[in-house]
Design a protein around this ligand. Structure first.
Ligand SMILES: C=C(O[C@@H]1C=C(C(=O)O)C=C[C@H]1O)C(=O)O
Length: 176
């Protein structure tokens, strides 16, 4: 079984804006596309693909994506102004990818640019946690706030998790 770069097995709870750090609260509670919000806050935005492969769904995720035998794991870094701001890990069940073919090989196209264009998109609750993120190739080793949601596209599920890296603190709060 191929494993993700980073395990996001932690104790997740429904996001409560009151308990989130003020600077990150708007990002963690953003109901629309994180890609779109990041693009509004940086001059240069890009997706670095770390990993895109068939993988077994980890046991701690099975309650979120029930009846998912096989899934595509996608791991990316979202870069803003040449700073690594978000590590994202998405799990795309085979039955979802079979129907929504563009999900099979997004490469460096942002997942959000696709799913938020689709009619019939529904976002489930936003859960948050804090966990240790180590990305030695990016000289990142920090305890980070993270969020995750299950989306459905006309009933087809996918799970998206995002960890906010230390460079988020360097992003200008005001949109450009
Ligand atoms: C779901 C979104 O897509 C973003 C882009 C991702 C990708 O390209 O893999 C993954 C998670 C998000 O940060 C979004 O924009 O909200």
């Amino acid at each position: 079984m191929n494993t993700p770069f980073i395990s996001l097995d932690a104790s997740w709870r429904e996001a409560n804006v009151q308990t989130l750090p003020p600077q990150l609260a708007p990002w963690i509670s953003e109901p629309a596309s994180l890609t779109a919000r990041l693009k509004r806050h940086c001059r240069q935005f890009r997706v670095q693909l770390l990993n895109e492969q068939q993988s077994e769904l980890p046991a701690f995720l099975q309650h979120l994506l029930p009846d998912t035998a096989a899934a595509q794991l996608r791991e990316v870094i979202l870069w803003c102004n040449d700073m690594p701001c978000v590590y994202a890990q998405s799990w795309l069940p085979q039955q979802t990818v079979t129907v929504l073919r563009p999900l099979a090989d997004l490469g460096e196209r942002p997942l959000g640019d696709y799913i938020f264009q689709q009619p019939g998109l529904h976002r489930g609750i936003i859960e948050t946690t804090q966990l240790d993120i180590a990305l030695p190739q990016l000289s990142v080793a920090a305890r980070c706030h993270a969020r995750r949601s299950v989306f459905t596209l006309d009933g087809l599920p996918l799970l998206v998790a995002e960890a906010f890296l230390p460079a988020m603190a360097l992003l200008d709060d005001t949109p450009l």
